[in-house]
Write a protein that binds this ligand. Structure first.
Ligand code: SF4
Length: 378
């Protein structure tokens, strides 16, 4: 894909007029969001990390609670990873939290506790990619870097009529060039946020509200296509695999067994009811017995299925079958997990646990059972 052929983006006066119109709209319509009220680079960074893969309305509450728990970057740096994961619990994509934590430690150790104030300094931190570095450097430090999130890429695809997959490196490079041309000498953060806001509230994926759009005069998709929403080009989605997964609510002497997921994999560091995925030809009960033996070297008696929930991850979806089970024999060792504990039912809330396990607890409640009831069985 060559550089976008949109004459106005090459014209200084047109770019100024575009910025003026967009920023006037933004000042009037911007949402009052908690991270916009704080003049603190750490808070800007946190909000940008939270908002990746998470809706604004969901992120709001998490953002405020996270800052109450870890008010400064140094507080975050010295925290235990498990406390950080607990504060993140329910937001998903836990590698974001682990990277944020690692990056906070790097900032304290290598930068005296002050977040680097340049794109280049930020992108050297764990988990900080081009988007986050551009967003934080522009919003917190007024550096002129275009922040291309999904909303902004959609807006650019339509404004400039870019008919190539925005996930391709060359398409993205075209958009970066267009964004750089648009950046003002000062106020880059506001311009980036205005573009994001436009994408989130007006230039929506399926039904853009072009009649309310402040920059409709500059939009090639509106002028030249019957339906601007055909852009950006959407790649054909591959079908996600669907797995059958078991989990054991394993009791012993009034306690329940939970295991910590190993480092490096999916949901690393979270605690769960142990189990794993079903192999071809295996019954669910056999799967659970095998998984527990492989993970902890104990044998169990599997009883009835007490809950079955559906959950989706980025690359796969699962049906999680939870079974009541009783410890039978063996000395537990953390072979396929990084730790395990026998806990009282009411201590489960002290541990960060994945969303799917929360769904199991909700399903138990809905069926009139409780974790405590299952543990109290003979
Ligand atoms: Fe999006 Fe319509 Fe505005 Fe173009 S005119 S940027 S398609 S809302």
């Amino acid at each position: 894909m060559s550089q976008p052929q949109s004459a106005w983006i090459d014209d200084t006066r047109q770019r100024s007029a575009f910025r003026r119109r967009l920023l006037a709209w933004y000042r009037k319509h911007r949402r009052d969001l908690p991270w916009r009220r704080r003049d603190d680079p750490y808070a800007v960074w946190l909000s940008e990390v939270m908002l990746q893969q998470t809706r604004v309305e969901t992120a709001r509450g998490y953002f405020e609670r996270f800052l109450e728990r870890f008010p400064t970057l140094t507080d975050l740096a010295v925290a235990d990873e498990e406390d950080v994961l607990k504060a993140w619990e329910g937001l998903g994509y836990y590698s974001r939290a682990r990277n944020l934590h690692r990056a906070a430690r790097t900032v304290v150790e290598d930068h005296g506790g002050a977040l680097p104030d340049t794109y280049e300094g930020l992108i050297g931190l764990p988990g900080v990619g081009p988007y986050t570095a551009a967003a934080v450097s522009s919003i917190a430090f007024d550096r002129p870097h275009p922040a291309l999130d999904g909303n902004v890429m959609r807006v650019f695809s339509r404004l400039l009529r870019i008919e190539a997959d925005p996930r391709r490196t060359s398409t993205r490079a075209d958009m970066v060039r267009a964004g750089e041309a648009l950046m003002p000498r000062s106020g880059a953060g506001d311009l980036n946020q205005a573009l994001m806001e436009l994408g989130a509230r007006v230039c929506a994926p399926a039904q853009p509200r072009c009649t309310d759009c402040p920059v409709a005069d500059w939009c090639r998709a509106l002028a030249e296509l019957e339906d601007p929403s055909v852009l950006p080009m959407r790649p054909v989605r591959k079908q996600r695999p669907h797995l059958q997964v078991t989990a054991g609510i394993i009791r012993r002497a009034g306690k329940v067994l939970i295991a910590k997921r190993p480092p490096g994999g999916m949901l690393a560091g979270l605690w769960e009811f142990p189990g794993g995925k079903q192999e071809p030809g295996e019954s669910l009960a056999d799967c659970l017995r095998r998984e527990i033996h492989e993970e902890l070297e104990i044998t169990i008696d599997v009883e009835e299925e007490v809950a079955s929930v559906e959950h989706e991850y980025t690359h796969l979806s699962i049906t999680l079958h939870a079974f009541a089970a009783r410890y039978r024999s063996g000395r537990a060792r953390a072979v396929g997990c990084s730790a395990f504990e026998w806990i009282d039912a009411d201590h489960l809330s002290d541990f960060p646990i994945p969303r799917a396990d929360h769904l199991v607890l909700e399903a138990l409640g809905a069926s009139g059972t409780s974790l405590q009831n299952l543990i109290n069985r003979e």
